[in-house]
Design a binder for this molecule. Sequence first.
Ligand code: BEZ
Length: 212
Amino acid sequence: MAALRLGDTAPNFSAKTTEGQIMFHEWLGDKWGVLFSHPADFTPVCTTELGMVAKLKDEFDKRNVKVIGLSVDPVDSHEKWLEDIFETQGARINFPMIADDDKYVASLYDMIHPNADDKLTVRSVFVIGPDKKIKLTLTYPASTGRDFYEILRAIDSLQLTSSYGVATPVNWRDGDDCIIVNSINDEEAIKRFPKGFIKVKPYLRITPQPNK
Ligand code: BEZ
């Protein structure tokens, strides 16, 4: 299976999860989605990641994003592990976790990189838009826990682009100035950005964050 690329449709699938059987596209509905894999149940880095994602549920909800985890272990293993996550991280998992014991979804999304590990998944993240297209991918090795604040920051950027036609510059944080995308000409920009913009160069036009 060729690697999925930005702009591709996120493949649909049916899967067992800790919240029952789902059809992925139906489960997403008209929301944004984050599908992320973790290498295995009862592993330390994954334990901390899942606790953090549960604690950030309100942040994902605010952004209209549904989150779903995956590992290549069965549901009963996930359920036992969730108790450990509650005990050690102080958070109850509040999103479904796919039990991908036949590695069907992991293969579909190219989450197993055999030269890293031929049995477990790497730490993949797919951000999926309401149009079911893949908007962002990240791949981390098993030993490096992801920064879910960065994933929220990237979702903010993606949503600004989709709603307002702005891009975000280096090290952008919520509330910072944005960049008008080059497909919007100056005439159109005057109409679309009532707060105005500074034309540093014809290709570099800075405007205050439109939704602030
Ligand atoms: C972890 O989550 O800690 C982990 C999982 C697989 C390999 C290495 C670390």
